[in-house]
Design a protein around this ligand. Structure first.
Ligand code: DX5
Ligand code: ZN
Length: 221
């Protein structure tokens, strides 16, 4: 089984003191920081641009940063987030006219590349590009907002994706984003995921360290 990674989504952080809140979740054991980029066009919400990522780097955040682009189009922002210091970049295939080209833009910069599948997007969109991907991010809610309920059908989708990855003998890991909590992470891991985005479950907890270690323990069981 690949290493379990816990990636707090800053969408649920205290935005007035973002740098300190990011430091706090890293001190509490987070592996990666999940950076949700929304453009009020591809999704009905508006969040963070590359200047915020640069500001976090300037504030001394050296941990890996996972940029989830919910924007359309994607290519220009891929370059900007690469310049700002992203370590992983993913986008939604519906938002790029040329998915293969957009993936190459990420990979050419030495950044891990992923595609994000909405709950209504079939696995078949991966047919011609799965071998190019470092990871697939399965959305277990519709994108745009934190604090939504995990959609149970996502478990079946993760299982089918894991089967596909095994059949093709690929080194692609499965990430899950949306409604991940301490009490459902075990079954999501059992389905095949190893990377967990969690916004409200971590940032709304009184004790970040306890929330993250409980998630990790439940996932590793
Ligand atoms: C939703 C975002 C998620 C969101 C997850 O569009 O991609 O990363 O922050 O939030 P929770 O964990 O609260 O469902
Ligand atoms: Zn996300």
């Amino acid at each position: 089984m690949p290493k379990i990674q816990i990636s707090p989504s800053i969408l649920s952080a205290d935005l007035a003191r973002l740098g300190d809140d990011v430091k706090a979740v890293l001190d509490a054991g987070a592996d990666v920081i999940h950076f949700d980029v929304m453009d009020n066009h591809y999704v009905p919400n508006l969040t963070f641009g590359p200047a915020i990522l640069t500001a976090l780097r300037d504030y001394g955040i050296t941990a890996p940063i996972d940029v989830h682009l919910m924007v359309e189009p994607v290519d220009d922002l891929i370059s900007q987030f690469a310049d700002a210091g992203a370590n992983m970049i993913s986008f939604h295939p519906e938002a790029s006219q040329h998915v293969h080209r957009s993936l190459q833009l990420i990979k050419q910069r030495g950044i891990q590349a992923g595609l994000v599948l909405n709950p209504g997007t079939p696995l078949s969109v991966l047919d011609e590009v799965l071998h190019e991907l470092d990871f697939v991010l399965i959305m277990s809610v519709n994108p745009g907002f934190g604090g939504q309920q995990f959609i149970p059908h996502s478990l079946d989708k993760i299982k089918r994706l894991q089967q596909l990855i095994n059949e093709k003998e690929l080194n692609c890991y499965i990430c899950v984003d949306g409604g991940v909590k301490t009490d459902n992470i075990a079954e999501i891991t059992a389905a095949g995921a190893s990377y967990f985005v969690a916004g409200s479950a971590i940032f709304n907890a009184d004790d970040y360290q306890q929330a993250i270690s409980t998630m990790r323990d439940n996932a590793e069981q």
